[in-house]
Design a protein around this ligand. Structure first.
Ligand code: UDP
Length: 486
């Protein structure tokens, strides 16, 4: 391993579990693989009445490991800028704008002597702000290369496309890559009258000034896109390095819950190999009462056993609590003993067939369990890369952000997933469609399902190789110390 003992990186991380988890893993690998000798982890935060329990636990376990310093930036008070009813995207616009400024003012008061800066891709506007520090600056994208290709193409699209990107049903083309279907477009790019659109174009322009962009993917997962990005001229001049899969290699962050969670594994141990579906819609999505009912009925119809990581439902439309994820709950229970009135009846009815986790689930350990044969996922990138690393095929129910692109990519390019469409009449995934998709993946007689299961297993091997001793992802990450000016 290359060891360079003079490097001190400042890593700027976005609030939100989907950003913090892979950034912690990136930080750990930089330090434990001795690519750099010192790292300071700055994480942005949002002022909320109840801080996210899961986020706090994850950060605390990182503090305990004592591999690097963690510094919380002063929390942003979103209520000054937006109303609670504003969309997630409006809030994101504020965050993308404010956190780079906060970071710059915070580090200017500290005596840190960094040799490089690594920023979450979302905060790439820090790159022009920090240019006068004369340090190499990198961006870390906790997503896949295709989404980054679209992002890097954004400033060009902004100039070339006149109306809304998605108004004509024409796919949005990215040179050398798969085109993006207008319905899959990330919400930030859907409405050019919104502030978030302009903020995001600014982010992408900032990223184009980076010394390199690290992406949580690996070559065999996205060969065509990585080739287009790596060609040095088709989309961007910035080197883009695949450094994935960045997936935690240990149990966590449940800490004190370890004992209770044990029941899940005891139950899983008793099930047949690859016979159980794991269901989770990520850290921040709360289903509506109706969506939950449909999900329960879909699981029932499929006849499959399941482990379902769930938050208490809300009465109206489902919501993404991206910034307060994992704050509620606290009870983990089998369905039999749970009498909370807030869950639909159907949820209790399917009780004999599964386990429900209403607290934070040890997702990675569940996915690794040999009894798990499929993952009903909202297609958050961390969940997908974890599933890929564990060799589990995916039943995709994309909901928001770049999840529609993620689902399409896995289904059409990678071949380890099936995507379930929302029914236009109800705006939900129907029970029939869900159960059909689950059966396709889980039924050993299904030919297409068999191909997807085999592909998932093949990807697991490839994912392991990406981070195995002097591996491609390790070498790509080591590029961080080879940049000009270091
Ligand atoms: N996660 C978990 N337990 C849960 C829910 C989520 O460990 O009960 C983890 C999951 O393993 C993943 C992250 O939280 O690492 C969620 O990130 P993802 O990108 O999949 O979705 P997001 O939550 O950002 O929508």
């Amino acid at each position: 391993a290359i060891s360079n003992n003079n490097h001190h990186a400042l890593l700027l991380v976005s609030p939100g579990i989907g950003h913090i988890i892979p950034a912690l893993e990136l930080a750990k690998r930089l330090v434990t693989h001795k690519i750099i000798s010192k790292l300071t982890f700055f994480y942005g935060s949002i002022k909320t009445s109840t801080p996210s329990k899961a986020e706090t636990q994850i950060l605390q376990s990182a503090i305990k490991e004592n591999l690097f310093d963690l510094i919380q930036l002063p929390p942003i008070d979103l209520s000054i800028h937006v109303s609670p009813h504003d969309t997630l995207e409006t809030k994101l616009a504020i965050i993308m704008h404010e956190i780079p400024l906060l970071f710059m003012s915070t580090i200017s008061t500290m005596n840190l002597n960094p040799t490089m800066i690594i920023t979450d891709f979302f905060f790439s506007q820090v790159i022009p702000l920090a240019k006068n520090l004369n340090l190499p600056i990198f961006a870390f994208a906790p997503t896949n290369a295709w989404v980054i290709a679209l992002s890097l193409q954004c400033p060009t699209l902004d100039k070339e496309i006149e109306g809304e990107y998605s108004i004509e049903s024409k796919p949005i083309s990215i040179p050398g890559c798969k085109s993006v279907h207008p319905l899959d477009l990330i919400p930030m790019l859907r409405d050019r009258t919104q502030r978030v659109y302009h903020e995001f174009v600014g982010v992408c322009e900032g990223a184009a000034l980076a010394d390199g962009i690290f992406v949580n993917t690996f070559h065999e997962l996205e060969p065509k896109t990585l080739e287009a990005l790596g060609s040095g001229h088709i989309i961007t001049k910035v080197p883009v390095y695949p450094v994935g899969p960045l997936v935690r290699d240990q149990r966590g962050p449940n800490g004190s819950n370890e004992g209770k969670i044990g029941d899940v594994f005891e139950w899983l141990d008793k099930q047949e190999e690859e016979s159980v579906v794991y269901v989770s819609l990520g850290s921040g999505y709360t289903m509506s009462f109706e969506e939950m009912k449909e999900m329960a009925l879909g699981l029932e119809l499929s006849g499959n056993k399941f482990v379902w990581s769930v938050r208490s439902p809300v009465t109206k439309v489902g919501t993404g609590n991206y910034f307060t994820a994992g704050e509620e709950g606290g009870i983990r229970t089998t369905l039999e003993s749970n009498n909370e009135p807030s869950f639909p009846d159907e949820f209790y009815r399917i009780q004999t067939n599964g386990i429900v986790i209403t607290d934070w689930a040890p997702q990675l350990d569940i996915l690794k369990h040999p009894s798990i044969g499929g993952f009903v996922s909202h297609c958050g990138w961390n969940s997908l890369i974890e599933s890929v690393s564990c060799g589990v095929p995916i039943i995709g129910l994309p909901l928001f952000a770049e999840q529609m692109m993620n689902a399409t990519m896995l289904m059409e390019e990678v071949g380890n997933a099936i995507r379930v469409e929302v029914s236009p009449s109800t705006n939900m995934v129907g029970r029939e469609e869900l159960s059909k998709a689950i059966r396709k993946i889980m039924d050993t007689d299904d030919k297409e399902g068999c191909v997807m299961r085999e592909r998932a297993k093949e990807l697991k091997q490839l994912a392991e190789r990406a981070w195995f001793h002097d591996s491609p992802s390790y070498l790509a990450l080591s590029k961080i110390t080879h940049s000009n000016g270091v």
